[in-house]
Design a binder for this molecule. Sequence first.
Ligand code: DC
Length: 225
Amino acid sequence: MNPVKVLAIDGPTASGKGTVATRVAEALGWNLLDSGSIYRMVALAAIKRGIGLNDETALIPVAEQLDASFNHGRIILEGEDVSVVVRKEETGNAASKLAALPGVRAALLERQRAFREVPGLVADGRDMASIVFPDAFLKIFMTASAEARAERRYKQLIEKGLSANIDSLVLELRERDLRDASRPVAPLKQGPDSVLLDTTQMGIDEAVQFVLDRAHERLAGKTGN
Ligand code: DC
């Protein structure tokens, strides 16, 4: 058994899980794994090489040999700072396509598990609780309505100086949710041992506090959801 504790936060795109995971990791002084950015980087590397997003045979070595690192909040791919392009909607959509391929997921498994280092790890994604860290001490399934998520994503994109359209964002979110939830391998879904956190009517501070309260309860040996 690995003694390093993992707090898993899974959920659909734009549910706020990335922000909550970052703030919870800061509050606990733990490491952070933004697993979505790894899938996004495989997508960028594949596009750069002209590889199709459903070409599993060609994508597996790209995933296995991905030259990526996280450096003080910057995301570096093959020596290039891709922090902005990695967050683009088209990159997320491309990542969602290749993430449906079992060989690609398998190729990324150990890379994700290597983030489990002392004093602890907060990991966010789709299958953190079900596949990557099934022994996580706390599993959160974070969601919100498609409209609330589209609105948040819209604000994020505009703040970053990227262009966005709210109606097409809602459609894209729904399409991505459907693809992520209906794939046969590691589909996006709430597991029986995950705590539901619906943030449709909740601000980010409240969501962070909810997760920290559950974490402190568990760490103090209390159960309770
Ligand atoms: O969380 P995100 O939007 O950055 O993730 C981008 C895509 O990557 C998402 O639509 C599906 C895929 N993904 C995945 O399949 N499993 C993960 N653990 C994280 C992301």
